[in-house]
Design a protein around this ligand. Structure first.
Ligand code: 2RA
Length: 310
């Protein structure tokens, strides 16, 4: 028993992770519709011992669906999210389409509604602290750009090691053994869209987002400013008690969070907790945060939202 589910973008990196998280957490469901683009329609997929045929996403796909988990990009969410809500479905949307919409989360007529899951870098950053000003510099993994980017990183790594020219379809420049400014479009103010997504109404944010050749976990170096003084020992204690956070802060052995250590894990790791020595009176802290982008940054957070709804 449980709700009838639909997964929109089931062939993508986050879509596949939705299935993994549903299984790991014994998320209840009575049926699942596996939805994707026309290109993938007709392909078969086995999940928890049952065989499913991937269906092409259409407005009618949401007839009789209680909860739809969307991760197929902003344009798909914009095109199909409202149709799903109109059919009485609760949509948990992983794209940026509705995040800045003051009406979202919104509850439409009947039992339908739409909730926007925050951006992965925001989730990973906000898991660590509540603050007045934040200056994050991100080190973002291939997974944030989808399964094709992950495949291209692997392919390029092999090509470069073999002395062959790297295949550059996704990012248009060499990714393996390199890093570059995040691929999101740059706005007239000089910030790219990924950096602007980290903005918040209450916390002042100035961000720099970088794509690094890591497979699936984002890292962020964050400078935090607080209205009242906060010393690093108290901050560490607060973080140790925070749900979903693990502190890895071993100065003696120079052991701090790494993307590999958090890959496939639910918790976000925080370390390098230290007082910002450029500020007077313990008002600033610097931290380093790592979190699995596909899991906590997308699929797990969306399913935790759905669990709360249930
Ligand atoms: C990225 N934050 O890593 C994104 C995906 N939403 O590009």
């Amino acid at each position: 028993d449980g709700p009838s589910l639909a997964i929109v973008g089931v062939t993508g990196a986050v879509g596949q992770e939705f299935l993994g998280v549903i299984s790991d957490r014994d998320f209840p469901y009575r049926s699942i519709r596996m939805l994707a683009s026309k290109r993938s329609a007709g392909r078969r997929l086995t999940f928890e011992g049952n065989e499913y045929v991937i269906e092409e996403l259409k407005e009618e796909s949401f007839d009789g669906v209680d909860v739809a988990l969307f991760s197929a990009g902003g344009s798909i969410s914009k095109a199909f999210g409202p149709a799903a809500v109109a059919r009485g479905c609760v949509v948990v949307d992983n794209s940026s389409a509705f995040r800045m919409d003051p009406e979202v989360p919104l509850v439409g007529s009947g039992k339908g509604g739409l909730i926007a899951n925050p951006n992965c870098s925001t989730i990973i950053c906000l898991m660590a602290a509540t603050l007045s000003t934040a200056k994050p510099s991100t080190y973002q993994a291939a997974s944030g750009a989808g399964a094709a980017a992950m495949e291209e990183l692997e392919l390029q790594t092999r090509e470069v090691l073999d002395g062959r020219p790297p295949t550059c379809n996704i990012f248009k420049q060499q990714y393996a053994f390199n890093l570059f400014s995040h691929n999101a479009p740059v706005q007239p103010n000089g910030y790219n869209e990924e950096e602007m997504k980290l903005n918040d109404e209450e916390v002042k944010v100035t961000a720099t987002c970088i794509r690094v050749p890591v497979m699936r976990a984002h890292a962020e170096s964050v400078n935090l400013q607080f209205e009242k003084p906060l010393d690093e020992d108290t901050a560490r204690e607060i973080l140790r008690g925070a749900p979903g956070v693990v502190v890895i802060d071993d100065r003696a052995s120079n052991h701090f969070p790494t993307p590999l250590e958090v890959s496939n894990k639910d918790d976000v790791a925080v370390g390098r907790v230290r007082q910002d020595i450029s500020q007077e009176g313990n008002h600033g802290l610097d931290i380093f945060v790592c979190g699995d982008q596909i899991r906590k940054g997308a699929a797990l957070n969306a399913i935790q939202i759905a669990e709360r709804l249930l």
